[in-house]
Design a protein around this ligand. Sequence first.
Ligand code: SF4
Length: 423
Amino acid sequence: MQHSVSKDRFERMRKTGSIHYSMEIKKNLAEIVDKFPDNPKSMQYFYDRYEHFLSGDDSSFKGKKVVASMCIHVPLELIYAVGAVPVRICAGAYAMDQIGTEFLPAKTCPLVKSTLGAIYLDILPGNIDPVLIVNPATCDQKKKMGEMGEELSKPLYLLEVPPTKDTEEARRYWHRVIKRFVKKLESVTGNKITRRSLKRAIKMVAKAQAEYRRFNQLRKTAPVIYGKDAILVTNAYFFDDIERWTQKVSELNDELEKRIEQKIYVGKPHSPRILLTGSPSIFPNMKLPVLIEELGGLVVYEEFCSTSRMIWDTVAVDEWFLYDMIPAVADRYLKPSTCPNFTPNNDRKRKIAKGIEDFSVDGVIYQTFSGCQLYDMESRMVGNFVESMGISTLFIESDYNPDDFGQLTTRLEAFLDSLKNKK
Ligand code: SF4
């Protein structure tokens, strides 16, 4: 672990890091696209976005103030309302994970290492140069990473998420945190949040969320899309122009509706239906969903902070006044969250149970990144609960290193075979 490097060394790291990152994007995208013959045509937009945007070849954010975020607890509506654009920079690249190892202990979660590596090298989606990088105090590793802002000369801002969400004290504390965040946003952008701008932002995000729920309704109805594609669609929400994303998901949904009418399905008729949960799959680290589907399973639902947990719920406003809208936004980013940072976290069990029932799930696969204590500790609670519903669970510990493909394949094959035999 090293804290400062010479200018020459930094330039070398940046050059090699960019090359490895681009190669990783191309290779992993090819696995996602080329190995599956029946991808919907509307997915091409999303495949292209990854190739061009993540490798920096994009001008979407030119001239705009960008607020980067590292978690689902950062209220997007407030960022839009202040005239800025949010980009979530949680990273899934092994190339960046290796850079993060320069600063963090080797056993740190790969998501944290990868994100810090990308911040350090300034290799962020679309080459953005954020006016603020919001780091919510959820897991300890992210919290401590926020401390490194000064050392790295980056504008990191700690958003204090309470450790519980069920008490009135926690709610009041969070409301104060959000009020302070509004002031911070206004000072870094030089713009004020107004009643009109916030109302518009809430409606714009709600439209995207409605299209996402329609997407999942279609996934429930019939096996029309692979989970690896569904994860790519939601990952694109991290960095895409939200109105364009909504339009493209709507086009995809129209195509999926036609596929249902024509009975054009993906996978095999008796593919085991899988719910994925735990540490989140973020492109380019898609090895688990891709492997599951290559081996004949079908990921029908994901309970991840990079997918459903991020988009599903909408801000519930009683009155369209600032004094009502800001607390409503704050509540939306606390109450529905099933982040393992919260104790107790019984809502997570309820959400997984609903996912199992609504999506007719045959088995649950629980991913824990090496170094992630929170998801590891909750795996027991979730596993016992899922087994009590008569559903089998497979626990996988993994990281961003591609070297464990062989071992993962053996375990996944055995699990999927056992589910097929049960069907
Ligand atoms: S996977 Fe675990 S350690 Fe990593 S960022 Fe998420 S909660 Fe934190």
